[in-house]
Write a protein that binds this ligand. Structure first.
Ligand SMILES: Nc1ncnc2c1ncn2[C@@H]1O[C@H](COP(=O)(O)OP(=O)(O)OP(=O)(O)O)[C@@H](O)[C@H]1O
Ligand SMILES: O=P(O)(O)OC[C@H]1O[C@H](OP(=O)(O)OP(=O)(O)O)[C@H](O)[C@@H]1O
Ligand SMILES: [Mg+2]
Length: 285
């Protein structure tokens, strides 16, 4: 048997609940609601979970004390730790952006000599240095949007999702996104991931596919099956089975969830009937 796989998971913040939910869907044990365990063993799956601050996760994984972890891409880059992304996980999506009071700093080029507040100073310093911008970085722990109002900074660089927090602080986005972020599974930069990481990776990939796709079944006249297959090509190829009813076949294919209604309309137009859509609970592709 392989060594136990040691997995770092966020203990609070925007990543914690969706990470736990995803691991649960992948068949792993997770903390019960409200529990505050720091370590959780899951002997059945030969893994151990360590609940840590999301910001620290890249540090532990980079040091090699933990094998893999879940954190945000922005936090990974900010840490400067020797880690790499194994798999983007599709939640905690955000952009990292500059913002300022309207009319005060409309362009990155004009940032020389200004004070930029952020809780991602590593990421920001690299970004400014790469562009030769000589701004002063003010490192704060959080609630960065308030820094301009209180006169601590001229510009901020922070996580933006809906933009509500910026609007409430009377700030406006400046320039292009510094980074597009989401939750990611990470491992150490050098060498192969730990042996048990393969299984975790496959399970998480399975959850992502199960979330993104639905299963679609329908009946159609045999002479239209080519046309129908073009609408529902599936991941590799749709399954076509004979029907007892002469001249008809049954087709089964995976369809992207967000396209299911459009595909059903188009199938109906070419004569498909008994079109059924079902959730995929789990899969290995
Ligand atoms: N409102 C949000 N929507 C989507 N993703 C977010 C949001 N806020 C933070 N994130 C993402 O979640 C990850 C962790 O950020 P989070 O804010 O939870 O950490 P933190 O600021 O250290 O913790 P806390 O806010 O609890 O002090 C980052 O990758 C960030 O991009
Ligand atoms: O664009 P929005 O949808 O408003 O979301 C973005 C806000 O969410 C996060 O704040 P969080 O609650 O984590 O507080 P923090 O700034 O103290 O980390 C982030 O730092 C932004 O402030
Ligand atoms: Mg936060």
């Amino acid at each position: 048997m392989n060594d136990i796989l040691r997995i770092a998971v966020p203990n609070k913040g925007a990543l914690a609940d969706p990470a736990a939910e995803m691991l649960r869907e992948a068949g792993y044990r997770q903390r019960s609601d409200g529990a505050r365990d720091l370590v959780l063993r899951d002997p059945e799956n030969n893994v151990e979970f360590f609940f840590l601050r999301p910001r620290d996760i890249a540090v532990y994984v980079g040091a090699g004390t933990l094998d893999v972890g879940i954190t945000g891409r922005d936090m990974l880059l900010d840490s400067g730790a020797p880690v790499r992304e194994l798999l983007p996980l599709g939640f905690a999506r955000s952009t990292f952006r500059f913002a300022a009071t309207p009319g005060t700093a409309d362009d990155l080029k004009g940032f020389d000599g200004l004070r930029v507040a952020t809780s991602y100073s590593g990421l920001l310093r690299t970004y400014l240095a790469e562009r030769g911008i000589d701004a002063e970085v003010i490192k704060l722990d959080g609630a960065v949007e308030t820094a301009v109002q209180l006169g601590v900074a001229d510009v901020i660089a922070d996580v933006v999702e809906t933009g509500t927090t910026l609007r409430q602080a009377g700030l406006e986005i400046v320039g292009d996104p510094i980074l597009i972020s989401e939750a990611v599974l990470i491992t150490r930069q050098d060498g192969q991931p730990a042996p048990g990481a393969e299984q975790l990776l496959r399970r998480l990939q399975g959850v992502l596919v199960a979330r993104r796709y639905v299963m679609m079944d329908y009946d159609i006249r045999a002479e239209r099956v080519e046309e129908a297959s073009a609408l529902t090509p599936g991941l590799e190829s749709p399954t076509v089975s004979p029907l007892h009813r002469e001249g008809w076949v049954a087709v089964r294919a995976m369809v992207p969830r967000d396209q299911a209604q459009r595909v059903m309309d188009e199938l109906w137009e070419i004569g498909a009937r008994a079109i059924l859509v079902t959730d995929i609970l789990a899969c290995r592709i």
